[in-house]
Design a protein around this ligand. Sequence first.
Ligand code: COA
Length: 402
Amino acid sequence: MELRDAYFIDGLRSWYGRAKPNGFYWTTRADDIVTKIMRELMRRNPNVPWDELDDNIWGATTQSGDQGTTMGRTTVFTAGLPVRVPGFSVDRMCAGGMTAQSIAGAWIKTNAADIVVAGGVEHMGHHPMGAEADPNPRIVTEKMVEPKYFNMGVTAERLHDWMVENGYPEVTREESDVYSYHVQKRYAKALAEGYYDDQTVNMAVFTPEGWKVADRDEQARPETTLEGLAKLKSPFKAAGKVTAGNSSGLNDGATVALMMSGEKAKELGLKPKMRLIGYAFEGVDPSIMGWGPIPATDKVLKRYGFKIDDIDFIELNEAFAVQAVAFMKYFGLKYPEDPRLNPYGGTIAIGHPLATSGVRLSVQLAKDFELHPEARYGLCTMCVGLGMGGATLWENMVGKDL
Ligand SMILES: CC(C)(COP(=O)(O)OP(=O)(O)OC[C@H]1O[C@@H](n2cnc3c(N)ncnc32)[C@H](O)[C@@H]1OP(=O)(O)O)[C@@H](O)C(=O)NCCC(=O)NCCS
């Protein structure tokens, strides 16, 4: 059987809220956010025969409560799709959505599906990280993972030290702060220039203060200064380097993508935005979780015959600035800003509702390609809890015929 091509047709997200009692989505259900963005995806793609959807795949780290009952299936009903559309949910923590999208790509490539919705959602206000988990005590007693490394911030602190101990260039606190400062500024500029307009959807939300419209990323801090960042203390380690200013936050939101085979897109007269070349996931020691994107990127490049210099845009999930700076140093990118890496801002400003972010990276990459038709290849990469990295590799389809 010959492999087919899988394409990204469209994608969008909710704005990301702060997972706090005064945050946009505090009293909104996770699956209602999913439903909102699915319906928007359907509305703005009227030429897609939605009753032919082959599957509806959703990533979420916590699979219970308003993220339970197999959301891929329940949101078929709430989004108004016919009952014949099947759906399921997956969990690879932060890379839940990236995994859903990879599965969609693989099924399309192997002729198991033509049209697939893949997304990620996380309501970290309703489901704080690890709160509902019951990890096997053997993992700790048999010393597979030190308990402190279940906390992602502690792994970011460890990454700072581990790089020095292992002969990699040091990432200083100042470098993490300067990097974060630039992310906030790039995001604010891109937001003002409308970069985010057609990849986000406003949502009416009922809050303890009455009805509001969730119409911005609540995490962003455009007023950030280097002096302000330098004053922050680490919540993860005495005299540590990882702070609220150089970390991703605790957020709520959802992101969705529509994936399709070339045959179906051609039949429908649709112009895909990107072709999925391939993807890779790779594990690292859980204590240095943030190192994950490096082996995942090395793996995806090698598997599909690419070098880092072939890549025009990299959308990297900045769970913590240290891992973004480590990535830049490892691959020889220009610090503190490289025009190829997160050119319109990143996670430190946007927020990181865990399982959503991998799909958000692809939505942004598609926009990068739209703004730069001359760019050919792009990479999305992210670290994942308990020591993993994920990477997806894409080709720009802007201006190309199928
Ligand atoms: C780091 C973390 C603990 C901070 O949480 P928090 O305390 O709720 O964060 P806040 O947004 O309230 O910020 C804390 C303080 O830093 C300040 N701050 C945050 N960003 C700032 C910035 N850019 N400039 C100046 N000050 C800033 C806030 O104003 C606040 O100050 P205050 O306490 O005086 O009000 C939390 O965001 C976190 O755990 N992040 C990592 C999430 C994670 O692990 N995800 C998975 C990745 S794999």
